[in-house]
Design a protein around this ligand. Sequence first.
Ligand SMILES: Nc1nc2c(ncn2[C@@H]2O[C@H](COP(=O)(O)OP(=O)(O)OP(=O)(O)O)[C@@H](O)[C@H]2O)c(=O)[nH]1
Ligand SMILES: Nc1nc2c(ncn2[C@@H]2O[C@H](COP(=O)(O)OP(=O)(O)OP(=O)(O)O)[C@@H](O)[C@H]2O)c(=O)[nH]1
Ligand SMILES: [Mg+2]
Ligand SMILES: [Mg+2]
Lengths: 276, 291
Amino acid sequence: LSLHSRISPELYDELEEILITTDVGLETSGRVLEELKARVKESREERPEMVREFLKEILVDLLSLPVPPAIDRPPLAILVVGVNGVGKTTSIAKLAAYYKAKGCSCLLVAADTFRAAAGEQLAAWGERLGVEIVRSREGSDPGAVVFDGLAAANARRIDVVIIDTAGRLHTKANLMAELEKVYRVCTRNLGDRNLLTLLVLDAGTGQNGLNQARVFQETVGVDGIILAKLDGTARGGIVLAVADQLRLPVVWVGTGEQPDDLRLFDAREFVTALFD
Amino acid sequence: NLAGRLQETLRKLRGKGKLTEIDVDEALREVKLALLEADVNFRVVRSFINRVRERAIGKEVTSSLTPGQMVVKIVHQELTALMGAKEEKIRVAPQPPTVVLLVGLQGSGKTTTTAKLGRYLKMQGRRPMLAAADIYRPAAVRQLQILGEKLELPVYFSEGKDPVAIAREAVAAVKKQNCDYLLVDTAGRLHVNEELMEELRAIKEAVRPEEILLVVDAMTGQDAVNVARSFHEKLALTGLVLTKLESDTRGGAALSIREVTGCPIKLVGTGEKLEDLEVFYPDRLASRILG
Ligand SMILES: Nc1nc2c(ncn2[C@@H]2O[C@H](COP(=O)(O)OP(=O)(O)OP(=O)(O)O)[C@@H](O)[C@H]2O)c(=O)[nH]1
Ligand SMILES: Nc1nc2c(ncn2[C@@H]2O[C@H](COP(=O)(O)OP(=O)(O)OP(=O)(O)O)[C@@H](O)[C@H]2O)c(=O)[nH]1
Ligand SMILES: [Mg+2]
Ligand SMILES: [Mg+2]
């Protein structure tokens, strides 16, 4: 940021540029800037450097949505969803590593029965992490695999069962209908488990991420977001638009391709990085 | 919505007999918002608007009988010019085999696109071979092998070898099997991972590709320019593939990448099936971006 000697329209323009260039989007940026101007006026603040601090506070507040308590309450079923290639399967491996390290028994369910080598990919992760996996042959019904997976998890009293689904565009009604069916199979076969539905968003996604979140939330009631690939140069500002307009919390952040590249979302750390 | 407002502003503008600078600024502001909402890079938008404004207050508009219409025409012209004037073909090397290298960020669609391109070339009467040079991602080689089997195309892989060796050996295999195209699938990587970017440069040096295609997810946001610029500086890209364009993303990243690298968008992915690959038409994306 350039040095400003006083609070001016240029200062606000510069802050807006930061929000736009980190994919926060026009609508949420506009609303946040209005809130910022109001707060500056109300506080009678005259120091330009304080304006930036106020903005950070507004953004941290916006992102401080309650995280679903279920993440710490096994027995748990985690359904992982999202569009193609965002990082679902890899995030599942990371989640399994996380829960296993906490002493939980885990089971993976390979409910992506469509994409080439999807089952092999998850099986490879299972083998590497020492976590069992429930699979079926390619082309079979994902709902059936989920049913088998939950039955096995409940019979063996597994603490955390994590379900991988095929990537799908939110614009494909038939695929979203398939996902809704998978979700119903989950809710009807949980036993005494909590169900957590996590949507994976790619940190490099533009405004389409908001459409994704909206449609997935309408279809399967998303509880939280995994923001993957934050180790790139994209800042993941789309989650601010998602928090602002859909009130969905970010639960996890993916920072690489290895099993330990997952951490709990920290709003303050995230907002600081937005301004780096 | 923005697209509707833009159409309305441009419609009103077309009808005006005489334009004031306020009319022009108002219209350009709507164009700017539409482009930003479509994920076009902030700085690319700014320079684009400045170019259009310069023409809009110039003689071609002020001396026109329908200045409003002229401005709208300028916007469309500048957008289409930016996207590239016409479709661009996949190159053919002077001597076979033609090597094509597919590169890009994690999850952008490289492996699927490699197979799709193989199918596309086969339908054109070519004899492509695919090379599985992603040794890192679990079951990446399997993924390409399965797709190759579906298409009845040979897939080259060599257990225990590094990606540079695999690519080099694949070229030898292509010549032996009398194939005329080699499509090399590489691991997804961050443009800021120096070691992995160096690996790509080493693959390029080893097999001298005719085409180096950056595979980009059409829903990428403002960061697209950083990614494309880095890959282009390191490798001298020859083209781009935009994937997942059948989604409702406006695809503004394509415009930004084109502006910053000058690379032509050659192909577009329009679905998950192997037949979902099309030639890129620049004017179609221009109208899509403007809503
Ligand atoms: N750098 C980085 N790469 C990641 C991260 N998460 C996933 N990836 C990579 O992104 C690519 C896609 O990951 P997948 O887990 O296969 O994505 P997916 O959503 O399951 O993909 P589909 O099932 O095909 O829809 C792989 O190369 C992963 O290694 C992350 O946090 N950082
Ligand atoms: N809807 C849609 N999905 C696509 C398209 N192209 C690829 N995909 C999907 O995107 C996901 C990722 O594709 P991959 O080919 O595995 O991507 P990749 O770039 O090879 O991934 P890494 O090797 O991990 O970097 C898969 O689910 C593909 O089926 C497309 O044009 N449209
Ligand atoms: Mg997957
Ligand atoms: Mg791949």
